[in-house]
Ligand binder design. Structure first.
Ligand code: ZN
Length: 190
């Protein structure tokens, strides 16, 4: 009988939808089941000072390998039964191919990330990963404007106002913030 292939689960949604929390929950369940679990996070994200952990907004954290490219994931994934990757939207497009190789080798893969950027456009390797996935979990957050439970979009604010479509990624000297919003309240001025 041929060896079993792995499965791919993608956890996506806007900021503040607790994607990292769900990723850590699944990683914990597999650790309890006795599997070797390796966590990765994109090294761009160093919020809450822990560069070696994945942290949720709720304060839960687990050790994670900080990496910058999909090939680093491929190099460091050896020996793991389960791979969990956070902030996947920041990776290069090669992450989909790396995931496909891991699945062929029998590895269970969990990926969490923003499905769309603040403009509402598909983000990095996420659309390819979602198409390949055996299961996609699309989480919602509370819309911070109307308080509905339909927050599916990430709103970018610069100095308290909706960021325009062409606003630079890094706005020097400006107070930048993000919040979850529903489609009706999401605003991207031209
Ligand atoms: Zn709303």
């Amino acid at each position: 009988m041929a060896a079993r292939k792995g499965t791919l689960t993608v956890i996506c949604g806007p900021m503040f939808s607790n994607k990292s929390g769900e990723l850590l929950r699944l990683a914990t369940v597999h650790r309890i089941a006795g599997r070797a679990v390796t966590l990765f996070k994109h090294s761009l994200d160093d919020r809450y000072q822990g560069v070696d952990t994945i942290s949720t907004h709720g304060g839960v954290s687990m050790d994670a390998e900080p990496v910058a490219t999909s090939s680093e994931v491929s190099l460091l994934a050896g020996g793991a039964d389960v791979i969990a990757i956070d902030e996947a939207q920041f990776f290069d497009e090669g992450l989909a191919e790396v995931a496909a190789q891991l699945l062929d080798g029998g590895t269970t893969v969990f990926v969490a990330g923003l499905d769309r950027n603040f403009k509402g456009e598909p983000f990095g390797p996420m659309p390819a990963l979602m198409a390949m996935a055996d299961e996609v979990m699309k989480l919602k957050a509370v819309c911070m404007r109307c308080r509905s439970l339909n927050g599916t979009m990430t709103q970018r604010l610069i100095d308290g106002r909706p960021a325009s479509r062409n606003s630079p990624i890094i706005q020097v000297g400006a107070a930048e913030a993000y919040e979850a919003r529903c489609r009706d309240c999401h605003d991207v001025p031209d």
